[in-house]
Design a protein around this ligand. Structure first.
Ligand code: SF4
Ligand code: SF4
Length: 195
């Protein structure tokens, strides 16, 4: 039995071509017609790197630390480092000089060779201090250069607004209903920062 594709099916000669298949031209013209039709369709490819893709706030680029009013939000609790599957995060916490109750990361490093952009660090952070940025252009020339310190991680809140707004929209609306905590004593508990 022959088919439209020009291949004889249902027999031992399945791999053999029929008359039209042997001519090749019908299949070639079909392919050319298919390509020709797409000439008039809108282009979906872009000329990267000259042209940059427009990415929505849902895109998970490299993780960065949020800076608010000149200080990083991070309180060096270490949760992100515990949650990070490839152990890409390391930090050293210290007490702030003006407020002994507050901690900050004296050093904070993410090994970009290990990071898999999973977003777990962002998910577990109680302070919304580490978020996934829109930056996907990461390059380095050595293993040492791939370890990003605070100089490359800390980014001002204003630049991360789309992602922070995106996270705020998805915040757990029922938070606080199960445990009736005293807000004054829970300064490091996940909270709505706009309140
Ligand atoms: S995105 Fe995932 S792999 Fe990368 S630092 Fe965060 S938790 Fe680790
Ligand atoms: S989970 Fe958040 S607050 Fe805790 S160390 Fe990581 S970035 Fe800092």
């Amino acid at each position: 039995m022959s088919t439209k594709q020009g291949i004889i099916k249902g027999s031992k000669k399945e791999r053999q071509l029929d008359f039209w298949g042997k001519l090749y031209f019908p299949e070639i013209f079909k392919g050319m017609w298919f390509s020709f039709k797409h000439i008039f369709k809108p282009t979906v490819t872009i000329q990267y790197p000259e042209e940059k893709p427009v990415l929505g706030p849902e895109f998970r680029g490299r993780p960065v630390l949020v800076q608010e009013n000149g200080k990083e939000r991070c309180v060096a609790c270490g949760l992100c480092a515990r949650a990070c599957p490839p152990l890409a995060i390391s930090m050293q916490g210290a007490e702030m000089e003006d407020d002994q109750k507050e901690r900050y990361p004296e050093t904070f490093e993410i090994d970009m060779l290990r990071c898999i952009f999973c977003g777990y660090c962002e998910e577990v952070c109680p302070e919304e201090a580490i978020v996934m940025s829109p930056d996907y252009e990461i390059n380095f020339s050595s293993r040492e250069d791939a370890v990003y310190g605070k100089d490359r991680l800390v980014i001002d809140k204003a630049q991360l607004k789309p992602r922070l707004d995106f996270l705020a929209e998805r915040r757990n609306k029922n938070f606080g209903e199960v445990y009736n905590f005293n807000e004054d004593n829970n300064i490091h508990t996940l909270r709505n920062r706009e309140e």
